[in-house]
Every structure is written in structure tokens, then in C-alpha cells.
Ligand binder design. Structure first.
Ligand code: ADP
Ligand code: ZN
Ligand code: ZN
Length: 731
């Protein structure tokens, strides 16, 4: 009897056994429908076995293995297993969530017209002579598959009935399988041909980088490509990709934000006009995502460009992984399955024995540290392509009077750009209109009563919105505490700046770009086109504008409220602010003109601003690393966070205290801190607290977490909901 073990998307770390008489070893990684309670649920098969710890009579039969649908290869499963183990998250959940939603919701067989037949690993290992002598056609067909690897559906349908039957039998024995996706009939390596247009002449730095990065493509190696903004990292990526593609292998390119994909996607498509490029991100609709996933898996897509979820995209011929802007926090998923796609990309590259390139102007300190220990190789691009470094200047806001939040030197600079027909970017580190309402009499602030966030005033509906839990309320007529009627907004939101700019520069065309204005599909693409066509004079925007965009006519960047990030309780705040400001500054002067960056700050003497003015990341990073070492913080320590939420903070803290007591009995080399209320304490009516765990030894921490988690899972509790966050980014 055959047993399959099935993982479902359930919050339990457990696989379920089912009877499945026709199960094959090649079913590992496939989707399966099986009865779960009263319903039929979609799961993944991580294992096929002959025995079960459950009495055979009590085993239910699985409904059906979805052989017609795509599943995961053994290599994909290896990554999924690693992720489940390392992040201490149920294997079934990790696997099911790595599937595109379209596939996850599938209940009936998909009747796909695009499919082909491929040799399985089992089939590749089997000698045709091992088949019975009489099974002549079967032998022939196996030999054919072994010679060609794949057959298209049309070529199979044109075969004789006996041959078709033989192929059916090969499928039944797991030697051949049906795969989704059309077969690309031309040999893909030849299609990596470059366009006719001449490629840019590489700079010396770039040429050296390309040489190092493509030196040995058949081994695992992690590289940090440290290149100041505008140093031409993308061109280096493209050259290394080309080297890999001409070997007939696929490349995976991970980027932090969906908004970044269109521009990069265009660049990549133009470079490889004959190859199929697909994107994978949450902005696609269900069927697009499914199709792109299937294309990646069938090998039809040679290049996959995506956000963090794409790190799990099945790619049978993966030859290279690139992570652009590797320091970006959005590579970390911050709810549910809390994984770091950047770190998993490195793991995946190691498993597949392929190189991985992490690119950034301001690498994460963890990554930077890895280059000093020799784990990652360092490759540098130290000059901007056009050799013009933007001039970075701080405007001391204690010495000037702000007009609607804008300092006179900034206004004057904008006026100069308008006269020169150049573009300006005003960067604001927030969204919404004048974030917080304040009473100037008693300092009352508009707090959200459901969570500890501040309510933000939106001009459009004249209401207060909580950006964390979604709560809304009307704007109060007077201060709830002292009755003062003079309530006014503090800080500058994008909408207020937009209004102020429009009033001051009536002739200028102002465009606001933030998450609100780019919500609908294609909005960002339209805006980009307008910017490139110079239909915009002043851009006002948030984080979304900071990253990777290349606007050649933009020569001035104004940063309005940098300080708010400087005094955060998070030890990563300076690292983040430096990266953010570097990126924002990098938007200025990417074309021919010299760029200028004006930062409004109360604290122009901060070392951070000094390092930024000199554009000296390594000096800044080394100084921060020294501080981290002295303070016993990552990357010198490894951390995990146990998060708990309950209707009241006391319950959450009590639950964590008991968890801490349990922890102290497991391994006394692990540092267990005391539970504390979380930074964002209330969220949607529940209160949250957290417990920090730390160790200088990653393996020990991992071992400890496995034991601890099992104990916590055993003590059934309804009092608190909890989750583990390994290598937390936000504490
Ligand atoms: P980064 O990603 O390092 O910030 P980009 O890759 O965006 O920099 O490159 C900056 C600009 O320089 C782009 O417009 C790019 O097309 C151009 N560029 C890159 N390499 C070269 C080169 N070798 N010669 C001319 N222009 C180049
Ligand atoms: Zn008041
Ligand atoms: Zn709220």
C-alpha cells in the first residue's frame, strides 16, 4: 500500500497521511486534493511512503493527485523545506502559499491546452534496457524522451496509437510527465541573441565586475555588487544574465517593489527581444500570475522578474539569481510566514550551485558584514557613469523660517529649475495630508483609539484615517482635551506640500506620487511616461519614488522631513535613513546635468548627514558596525522575536512571561529578554507584546527555537495568538 504525506495551509506543524494506491515517487511536490474534516482541501505532497504511524484502517484515501497541474520539483521542495525549518513555519503553509493563488483555489482539473511531455528524473536515470524486452515501443519512446528531454503535445498527438499508449504507460510509471506550458521549440540558448542596436561600452569598473561575476557560473558564490547610485549596476546585471542565458539557463531577478518592475522589465525585454520574460508580483491578476508561474516552471520563460514571492518561482534550469536593492526591507515579509527573500535567494543559489548577485549602493549591514568575513565576495562600482556626483547640502531649519513647510533656499532652488526647464523631486517620508492633527494649546494629538498610531488627516474626504488599522473618524470641531478650537496639522503630508507648491508656483505642473495615487493598475506606468515626456515640473512623493527610477531630466531633490526618522527607537533607523536618503539623492542628476540635493534638517551636524555629503557608505557602515558590535546587536548576534497578541496587553505579557520561563530551561547560552509591549501596541483592537531572543550562534539559536516552538505549540492556549519572527527587521 502507498501512503502519501500531505501538508495543508494550516497553522499546525504536521503532515497528514492518506492512502493513495497509485502514488509514485515522482508525485513528491505535487498538489493533491484530500478530505480534511468535512471539506476537501488542497495540499502538497512532501513525501510518499509505504508505512504510516496511523493504523491503516483509519487512513482515508486521498481524493486525487493533481498530476495535470503543476507542482514543485524536488529542488523546489528543498528550498521550501529549508524555509519552513529556518523560519519555524508549517511546511504545508509554506508550500501552499508559494503556489500562485489561481492554482491554490483550483478544485476541478484545469483543462489546459498548452502542455507538453517531459522526461522525469526517474526517467532520466532509467536505462531503456531495464524495461521488459517485449515492451519494444515503450523502450523506443523512453529512448526518444531521453534523447530529446521533451516532446510537444502536438508531436505526441501525431504518433501512432501504440506509441501513444506506450507514452501513457511511461507516464504511469513516473518516467515521463505531463507539464503545463507550451514547449519552446527552438533551442533557447540561441535565442539569447542580443538586439541589433549597439550595447553601451562598459566602463572599466563595469567590465571588471562582469568578468568577476561571470567567471564561474557553475558553482555557488554570493557576490555583493556595491555600486553608488547611477554607477550602472543594471548594465552589469544584463551582461551576466546574458552569459547565463547563452548557456541555456534561466535567470531570476528579484526587485523590492512592484513599481520598479515595469521600467526594469522594459529594459530586460529590449535587451533580450527573443526570450520570454515574465514578471511575478502581487499586482498581477490571478490568471496572469498562474500563467507566468507555469511559464517559469515549463522553462518557456527564460527570465523571471519579480518581488519577494518570486523567490519560490519554480525554475528547472535556474542558472543565476540577482537581488537588486538587496538592503530593501520589503524583501522581508512581515506577517504570516515571515521570511526574507534576500536570504532565501542566497540559500536557493547555494542549493542549486549557481551564483547569486546582491546589488546595492547601501547594502544591509548584515550583507556588508558578510563581505568582511569573506562569506560574500565584494565587487565594486565606485563611479557614476556620467561622473557627476550630486551636491548634497543641508538646510538648517532652525535658522530659516519655513513657508508651508518649505525652506526659502529650497524654494529658490525650485525656481531655478523651473526657469531651466528641469524637474524637481520633493521627497516626503510619509503619505496623506498633514499627517497628524495637533492642538497648539495643550499638545493633544489625534491618536487612534483602536491602535497606538496617529490618525492622519486626508484632504479628499476631510476625515481622519488610521493607516495601521484602517479606523476612520470625523475631524473634531475642537480639542477633545481642552476645548481649543485651533486644531492644525503638524508635519507635511504629500497633499499639503502639493497644494503649497501649486500656490507658490502656479505655472508649474505638479504631480503627486504616493501609494494613494498609484493604487490602480497601470497608474504608475502612466505617470512615468508623463515624467519622461517632461509633462511634469515638480514631483511630490514618498518612498515609492526613492527607488531605482531613472529620470534624466530631474536635477533637484528636496528632502522635507528627514529628521523624523533619525530619532526612532529602532536600532536600524540610521541604517535605513542613510539608505533612503542615498537613494533619493541618487535620483538627482542622472542625465547630463549636475544634480543637487537639499535636505531640510534641524540637525545638520549629525555624522549621518556628513557621511551622506561625502557619499561614503563604507565609512558610515563600518562606524555603525562598530556600534553594533559594542552593543551586542545584529549582525554580531542572531535574533528571534516571539510575538503575541491578546485582547489585553496584560494577557499578552503574561503569556510571554510563561514562554520566557520555558525558554530559560532549554539552553542557558541563549539570551532571553523580558516581554515588552510592541512598538505598535494596539492593532485592530488587539494588544501586542513581544519577547526578544538572542544568541551569537545561529545554529544554537535554530536548535533552541525548534525545541521551544514545539513546547509552545503543546501548551494549547486560547488566551494569546503567537508567532515567531526569525531575523526580525522591525523590533
Ligand atoms: P544604478 O542601478 O547603479 O543606480 P543604472 O544601472 O540605473 O545605475 O545606470 C545609470 C545610467 O547609466 C542608466 O541610464 C544607464 O543606462 C546608464 N549606463 C549604464 N552603463 C553605461 C555605460 N557603460 N555607458 C553608458 N551609459 C551607461
Ligand atoms: Zn487641547
Ligand atoms: Zn488604528
Amino acid at each position: 500500500m502507498k501512503i502519501i504525506r500531505v501538508g495543508f495551509d494550516l497553522p499546525v506543524d504536521k503532515l497528514f497521511d492518506y492512502r493513495c494506491d497509485d502514488a509514485l515517487p515522482s508525485d513528491i511536490g505535487r498538489c493533491v486534493l484530500a478530505p480534511l474534516g468535512r471539506r476537501s482541501a488542497l495540499g502538497i505532497v512532501p513525501d510518499v511512503a509505504d508505512t504510516s504511524t496511523v493504523a491503516l484502517g483509519r487512513l482515508k484515501p486521498a481524493t486525487r493527485i493533481l498530476r495535470e497541474a503543476t507542482g514543485f520539483s524536488p529542488e523546489d521542495m528543498r528550498l521550501i523545506r529549508f524555509a519552513a525549518d529556518y523560519y519555524h513555519y508549517p511546511l504545508g503553509s509554506v508550500a501552499v502559499n508559494a503556489l500562485p493563488t489561481g492554482l491554490r483555489r483550483m478544485r476541478a482539473p484545469t483543462s489546459s491546452t498548452s502542455f507538453h511531455f517531459a522526461l522525469t528524473m526517474l526517467g532520466a536515470a532509467m536505462a531503456a534496457e531495464d524495461l521488459p524486452k517485449r515492451a519494444l515501443t515503450k523502450r523506443c519512446m523512453l529512448a526518444l524522451f531521453q534523447a530529446q528531454g521533451v516532446l510537444s503535445s502536438t508531436s505526441v498527438s501525431e504518433r501512432t496509437p501504440t506509441e501513444k499508449l506506450a507514452i501513457k504507460q511511461l507516464i504511469k510509471s513516473g518516467l515521463v510527465e505531463r507539464r503545463e506550458g507550451l514547449l519552446t521549440s527552438i533551442k533557447t540558448a540561441d535565442m539569447a541573441a542580443l538586439p541589433d542596436a549597439p550595447l553601451p561600452q562598459l566602463t572599466g569598473d563595469q567590465a571588471a565586475a562582469v568578468k568577476v561575476l561571470s567567471a564561474d557560473l557553475s558553482v555557488f558564490k554570493a557576490h555583493l555588487l556595491l555600486g553608488v547610485t547611477g554607477s550602472g549596476k543594471t548594465e552589469v546585471y544584463l551582461r551576466v544574465m546574458h552569459a547565463v542565458l547563452t548557456q541555456g539557463r534561466q535567470t531570476l531577478l528579484l526587485v523590492p517593489e512592484i513599481s520598479l518592475t515595469p521600467q526594469l522589465e522594459d529594459t530586460v525585454r529590449q535587451r533580450f527581444p527573443n526570450l520570454k520574460v515574465v514578471s511575478l508580483h502581487s499586482g498581477l491578476n490571478k490568471s496572469e500570475r498562474l500563467q507566468h508561474w507555469v511559464d517559469a516552471q515549463s522553462g518557456a520563460a527564460r527570465i523571471v522578474l519579480g518581488t519577494r514571492l518570486a523567490v519560490f518561482a519554480p525554475m528547472p534550469e535556474l542558472g543565476l539569481i540577482i537581488v537588486d536593492e538587496e538592503h530593501d526591507a520589503s524583501f522581508k515579509q512581515n506577517e504570516g510566514f515571515r521570511y526574507s527573500a534576500r536570504d532565501l535567494a542566497v540559500v536557493r543559489a547555494r542549493q542549486r550551485k549557481v551564483p547569486v548577485v546582491l546589488g546595492s549602493a547601501t547594502p544591509a549591514l548584515e550583507t556588508w558584514h558578510n563581505t568582511s568575513t569573506g562569506r560574500y565576495a565584494l565587487v565594486r562600482l565606485s563611479k557614476r557613469i556620467n561622473n557627476t556626483v550630486p551636491r548634497i547640502v543641508c538646510v538648517n531649519t532652525r535658522e530659516v523660517r519655513l513657508l508651508d513647510g518649505l525652506a526659502p533656499p529650497l524654494l529658490a532652488a525650485i525656481r531655478r529649475r523651473l526657469a531651466a526647464c528641469e524637474q524637481t523631486l520633493i521627497f516626503i517620508n510619509r503619505r496623506g495630508y498633514a499627517p497628524v492633527l495637533m492642538c497648539h494649546n495643550c499638545s493633544w494629538l489625534s491618536n487612534c483609539h483602536r491602535c497606538s498610531a496617529k490618525l492622519v488627516l486626508h484632504l479628499k474626504d476631510r476625515r481622519l484615517h488610521c493607516h495601521h488599522c484602517g479606523h476612520q473618524s470625523a475631524v473634531p470641531q475642537a480639542c477633545p482635551d481642552c476645548g481649543n478650537a485651533d486644531l492644525s496639522p503638524v508635519g507635511q503630508g504629500t497633499q499639503r506640500i502639493e497644494t503649497a507648491l501649486a500656490a507658490r508656483f502656479p505655472q508649474a505642473r505638479v504631480l503627486r506620487i504616493d501609494r494613494d495615487s498609484t493604487r490602480y493598475k497601470g497608474a504608475w506606468r502612466d505617470m512615468r511616461t508623463r515624467i519622461e515626456a517632461r509633462e511634469v515640473d515638480i514631483l511630490v512623493g514618498t518612498q515609492i519614488l526613492a527607488k531605482g527610477h531613472d529620470f534624466p531630466n530631474l536635477s533637484l531633490v528636496g528632502v522635507v522631513n528627514a529628521d523624523s526618522l533619525l530619532y526612532s527607537s529602532d536600532f536600524r533607523a540610521p541604517e535605513r535613513l542613510y539608505a533612503l536618503l542615498t537613494q533619493v539623492a541618487g535620483r538627482a542628476g542622472r542625465g547630463e546635468v549636475q544634480g543637487e540635493v537639499l535636505i531640510q534638517t534641524h540637525f545638520p551636524d549629525q555624522p549621518l548627514y556628513a557621511a551622506l555629503r561625502d557619499q561614503n557608505y563604507t565609512r558610515f557602515a563600518d562606524a555603525l558596525l562598530n556600534e553594533r558590535r559594542a552593543a551586542g546587536l545584529p549582525p554580531y548576534q542572531y535574533q528571534a522575536l516571539l510575538r503575541a497578541e491578546a485582547p489585553s496587553i496584560d494577557t499578552a505579557i503574561q503569556w510571554l512571561s510563561r514562554a520566557a520561563a520555558t525558554a530559560r530551561n532549554i539552553d542557558n547560552s541563549i539570551t532571553i529578554y523580558d516581554p515588552v509591549p510592541a512598538g505598535m501596541m494596539r492593532l485592530a483592537g488587539r494588544e501586542r507584546a513581544q519577547l526578544l531572543i538572542q544568541s551569537s550562534n545561529r545554529a544554537r539559536l535554530q536548535h533552541f527555537l525548534a525545541v521551544w516552538r514545539a513546547l509552545l505549540a503543546d501548551t494549547r492556549t486560547t488566551a494569546a495568538r503567537w508567532s515567531l519572527d526569525v531575523d526580525p527587521l522591525e523590533i
